[in-house]
Design a protein around this ligand. Sequence first.
Ligand code: ATP
Ligand code: MG
Length: 439
Amino acid sequence: MVTLADLQVRTLGACTVKSPLAMYVGDRETNEYYVGETDRILYDDTIELITARGVPLDELPTFEAGGPRQSIFFDPATTKVGVVTCGGLCPGLNDVIRAIVLELHTHYGVRDVVGFQHGYAGIVEANGHDVVQLTPSYVARINERGGTILGSSRGAQDPSAIVDRLVELDIDILLVIGGDGSMRGAHNIGREIASRGLSIGIVGVPKTIDNDIPHIGQSFGFSTAFAKAAESIKAARVEVEAAVGGVGIVKVMGRHAGFIACYAALANHDADFVLIPEVEFALDGENGLLSLLARRVAERGSAVIVLAEGAGQDLIPADDRTDASGNAVLGDIAGFLRDEIGKDFANRSQPLTMRYFNPGYAIRSVPADASDSVYCTRLAQTAVHAAMSGRTDMVVGRRRHRFVNVPIPFVTAGSHSVSADGDLWLSVLESTAQPFSMR
Ligand code: ATP
Ligand code: MG
């Protein structure tokens, strides 16, 4: 069970420097823009959960509020900050980089901000990547482009070599924009820093296009991503309606969590079946996908399947390969389903026109939409506030409409996925009219 101790964010030490934000927010003792140390956001969201704990109010698990502190740890005049992006692309990376640089320069007066190129690999000196000086003019319009101006990479790196380079470059704060693997890496770097007795802060902005990192609220770029995926579903609908026996398969991201598939399908109600990793389905039998699909096409003339890449892995032989970071390579469920559906329709002598859409890279590479841009900016500002106040080994998130600081070990301990008993999946079933059980 989650306790208050799990949610305590580490700090590098006492905050003794007056925040330069006083210029913008005023300098009164009780200024409401500054976040007080006793301001906490509840972890539990129902009275039942709170009462079931049976503990006093001050022992309830709560998140530390994110935001500016009146006194900070680092003196902006002498602080140097490094920024790195790791893992796969996601809409909004450049918005986060831009907002970090602008917040540090414009508000805190931190002039020395550098970008490491190509992920953690770019921090390791032996790999020979130069750092990029990040200035407001350098980042001015980067938010209009997708991807990351810093580049990214996968693959294990030695935390000791990373800390050596941070020390050599006099970095005080490392801001990491990356996924679950990057956050595990950040925690290891933080441990190496602590073991050497150094005061280097490490703060993350969690990036996950699949929305599968727990406790941080919705991840940035997710809403841009599912909106883009919804366009492919709409295109699939148009294609299959024009064909005889049209069946469209739209493969979207979602290795372990089917959020993109669910939200994209709900966005325009063009899907007949949504297949996600969290909900197993059978191919054969009366309630299996093949029969249901054949029936749907016979009744309505066409059907669209929205397929998360990690769905149905139990139906195909496991792929024992891993990527450079050690993540398992998924089996090709889309190819398998195309073959099986083709054979099944032939057996039934039912006409079939198959259309396959794989918008994955097109989704990953788009710039963030306006709503995600705002979100990226605010997450980045929260990360800068946390880092300047000496917080470390933590990521930023948003809970109950508040920005929060969350310890890295707490977010890497689990993952976030669609609950087969939850209201999101129920909405998908209602919108697709696919049966509760396809087994
Ligand atoms: P995403 O999976 O969303 O694309 P990610 O951050 O999980 O993003 P990875 O390729 O898994 O992407 O990891 C990025 C970097 O983080 C790797 O280059 C590696 O240095 C580091 N890393 C990954 N997994 C771990 C781990 N288990 N422990 C320590 N460091 C890790
Ligand atoms: Mg990952």
